[in-house]
Each structure stands twice: as C-alpha cells, then as structure tokens.
Design a protein around this ligand. Sequence first.
Ligand code: TYM
Length: 327
Amino acid sequence: MRKHFFSGIQPSGRLHIGNYFGAIRQWISLQDSYEPVFGIVDLHGMTVRYDPKDMQVRVLDAAASYLAAGLDPEKSIIMLQSLVPEHVELAWILNCITPMGRLSRIPTFKEKVRQNPDNVNMGLFGYPVLMAADILLYKSEIVPVGEDQVPHLEFTREMARRFNSIFSETFQEPAEVLSNGAKIVGTDGINKMSKSLDNCIYLDDTDKEISKKLASAMTDPARKRRDDPGDPDVCNIFSYHKVFSTPEEIAQCAEGCRTAGIGCVDCKKIVAAHIQETVAPIRERRKELLARPSDVRDLLKSGADRARPIAQETRNEVREKIGTKLD
Ligand code: TYM
C-alpha cells in the first residue's frame, strides 16, 4: 500500500507559477510512489477577512488548477480540508500542548500581523498548529512545499516530538521536500511571488499578459543601457532562467548578460516562451474544467470521503493516547 502525505494550497486567490514550481510540480512527480492527499485548505483561508461568495469561486478555481496542472484523482486524493473535521480536532489537541511563546516567534505570523493589523485573530495565531495537524493526521514523512513553509515544517516536527514525549511515540517527524523552484521571486524582482502582492504570473494568464508582465519586470538595476554588461546573479529574470530554461540557454544568457552580448529584452523573451509553454495547456484545461463546476465539486467531496477514513484512523489512535477514547 502506498503511504500518504499531505500538502495544500490556500484558496486565497488565483494560483500562480510560484505555487506551480514550488509545490504542484513536485506533487505531480510524487503521485506514483505515494497516495498523497492534496488539500484546498479553506480553514486556513479563513484567517484573513474574505467574502463567502468568493470562497466558493476560489475553491473551485484551485481544484480546477490542481487537475489542469496534472494531478490525477485516481492516484492522489484531492479534497477540501473543511470536509474532513478530523483536521480541526487534531489541531485543537495540538493547541493544548503548544506554547504560546513558540507560536509568536514564527516569522509568517509576524508578517501576517504586519499585513493585517486590524484583524489579528486566534486563527492567524494558531495557523501553524492547524498546518501541523494537516501533516501529522496523514502520518506524512515528506511534505513537498516552497521555501516559505520551512518554518512551519520545523514547527510541525517540534509538535510531533512534543506529542510523542507527552503521550508516547505516535508521529514521525516529516521532512520538507524543496524543488529548484522553491522560491520564485515576483515580477517586482524583490519579494517572493505572492497572491497578496501585485507581482504574480498566474496559471490562467494569457500569453500576452505573461509577455507584458515580463517586459516590465525588474532586471539587474545597474544595467541601464543595452550595451552595459550585467550581473546575472542579481537579475531576477536570470533566477527565472535557472528554473524554466534549458542548461544551454542558462549558460548562454549568463555569458551574454556579462558581456552585453544579449539584451534584457531578448533574455526575457526566452523566459516568456518557457512560461507560456507551461501555462498555456494548464489555462486551457482549467477553462474546460470550470465549465463543469459540479464535476469539480463532486471530485472534492469524493476526495474528502477517501481522506476521512485515513484521518479517522490517526484520530482514533490519538484519542486512545490522550485518554479520550471511550470503550
Ligand atoms: P500557500 O497557499 O501560500 O502556497 C501553496 C504552496 O505554494 C508554495 N509557494 C511558492 N513556492 C515557490 N515560490 C513562491 N513564490 C511561492 N509561493 C507559494 C508554498 O510554499 C506552498 O507550498 N500554509 C500553506 C498551506 C498549507 C499546507 C498545509 C502546506 C496548509 N496546510 C500542510 C503543506 C502542508 C500556505 O499558505 O501555502
């Protein structure tokens, strides 16, 4: 029997190429060796203000993007987190053994507080605990994620150790799996590509939109004119090359940049073509899937039906360990 692991994406907006190269592309390659659970983590998405009407749209959008990108519901379990209440139960149990001081030091919490100073709620504070519950519930030994999630994985390992030491050996410590696209920088050339910033190339962008976004994207700030030599190591477009382009193109662009043999416009065109090649089929399949929203909804429900017994097995074991199982 294939082992399980959990990974997920928040339905907080359209998915972008950071989500694809940081997470989904790895997920696809792990579908044969595991039976992974890929969640659309709507409970996490509630930690910031949202419009309930939008939530439905975003959940379907994320599910359609999962499928369009190549996740296979025969091999993987694609589910909506809130349909498996065991996630919340385990999160509560973990809450009761989580030191508040430890949570307050998690960098993503501090960042969220900065972004949402008017809505610093308990859910936001306990966000990593729910994430640890997602991961531990399926006894994940690996969790493919982008680099920004590493502090959450460290926290999850600590929670596994803490639970085991208080209640006896139950969970193994999961390891993050990072790809070469673990940190895709946004088109602003400074910040991580992120739904909350206007710096994304989305999985449903048209070829024209992709070209336009790249045309105005930051390059080496010191390279002012076409004839100036540049430094690929400080150029965001070169960081895209390293993920999207062939080894020959990477070498040519690095050399061309240093000697001013290639201009930023041409360099960007190569990257644009690769991103377009990846995004175009996803965009088309996504459109077809979204034309049949009830099929996508049914898929999420049946995914939850498959995930629930796995989650319940761990939940039952946990109840026994913590002394709440009645029999
Ligand atoms: P989220 O929704 O912010 O992002 C989903 C996945 O995409 C990756 N990612 C990126 N990778 C590379 N470059 C980027 N610019 C970039 N932006 C996002 C993220 O690292 C992530 O892997 N807390 C999680 C969701 C979650 C989860 C889980 C993940 C909830 N429970 C359990 C793994 C396991 C989050 O907010 O991801």
